[in-house]
Ligand binder design. Sequence first.
Ligand SMILES: CC(C)=CCC/C(C)=C/CC/C(C)=C/CC/C(C)=C/[C@@H]1[C@@H](COP(=O)(O)OP(=O)(O)O)[C@]1(C)CC/C=C(\C)CC/C=C(\C)CCC=C(C)C
Ligand SMILES: [Mn+2]
Length: 389
Amino acid sequence: MAGVLLWVVCPKGNATALLSLIPRSGKHKRCKVHQKVKFSTGVSAISSAVANPARSSEEKVYDVVLKQAALVKEQRGKKPLDLGKRTETDGFTDWDLLNEAYDRCGEVCAEYAKTFYLGTLLMTPERRRAVWAIYVWCRRTDELVDGPNASHITPRALDRWEKRLDDLFEGRPYDMLDAALSDTVSKYPVDIQPFKDMIEGMRLDLRKSRYMNFDELYLYCYYVAGTVGLMSVPVMGIAPESKASVESVYNAALALGIANQLTNILRDVGEDARRGRIYLPQDELARFGLSDDDIFRGQVTDKWRNFMKDQIKRARMFFDEAEKGVSELNAASRWPVWASLLLYRQILDAIEENDYNNFSKRAYVGKVKKFASLPVAYGRALMGTSKLF
Ligand SMILES: CC(C)=CCC/C(C)=C/CC/C(C)=C/CC/C(C)=C/[C@@H]1[C@@H](COP(=O)(O)OP(=O)(O)O)[C@]1(C)CC/C=C(\C)CC/C=C(\C)CCC=C(C)C
Ligand SMILES: [Mn+2]
């Protein structure tokens, strides 16, 4: 696949950097359905994880959900957001550059995620470009450990990327694409924690290639994909007529990220194994009489089929959990979410159709099925908010 090469110009014009965004050739993988545990604290998952390592990953992650939900509720009490209107004090050039920065984000998004990009076109222009800005930051973060320069990426480089993140949240973007996100986070109630946690997921990928149990894998999936759900909902918005609690919507968003990542992991078992990586719970493999060697050998046996059936069932439970939340989103934001949910979930069907050979056969959703899902997604998006959940 052709790569995208972008000149990234610093908004102040004093720095240029060449950003190479090349479609990932190798993959790195990034997650028991939320037990709907409710906790009273709103402290950061990370600090509490260190303070109390005995807590489960789901408990730690739920703290981040509560924190993000609290931020959204706080925002609801304020006057409506001024979404992207030009103010008297804006300099013309800055305004133009910002529009250009968002347009670039749209181009990157169109290049990397066509279906998703088309879906965003149904959103309001302000929300659309904000989702693009988030998408681009996630893509760039992923590229650090999954892209062409991945072998040069060190924990220090990730620390520098995190410093850039802090700066852009404080209104000091480093380049044009950062400037778009900086503008987005100044307008929507987006918390920095999920962004920092995604970087933490990339750190994990540098030092860890085995997951002892599902609790460890869940945390990884949260870091690299659940975070995306938490970042996106403040921008996509919850329907004003929704009766669901903000926390339940964020929980569903988190579930979709986890479901997507689990699916991604199950699709790419062989590819990951060739890179020495096994993103599967070691204790569950052992329970099915399997070991790392079986993965490296890549033989589809009955043991493997049974193991896979169990993993697929769990991923589907996360998709089911996510479904409950989609109808609670703003009407214009539902379609791309339904589309991505339906398309990604079909990868699980494709693994079954391949008789669980995910060692040497890539499960993919064919064009016909893909296009058939789009009107289905649209139909679901038209349905109103569901009952309370
Ligand atoms: C509408 C919609 C889907 C919005 C999300 C837009 C967005 C900001 C996407 C960023 C995705 C991204 C680049 C993440 C970086 C890490 C990564 C690559 C994760 C994997 C995605 C799949 O990508 P791919 O197949 O290309 O993977 P490889 O790089 O090839 O390995 C992930 C599997 C996770 C992506 C996670 C989501 C899209 C979460 C979606 C959840 C929501 C949008 C919340 C919806 C709300 C409710 C209430 C359900
Ligand atoms: Mn990747």
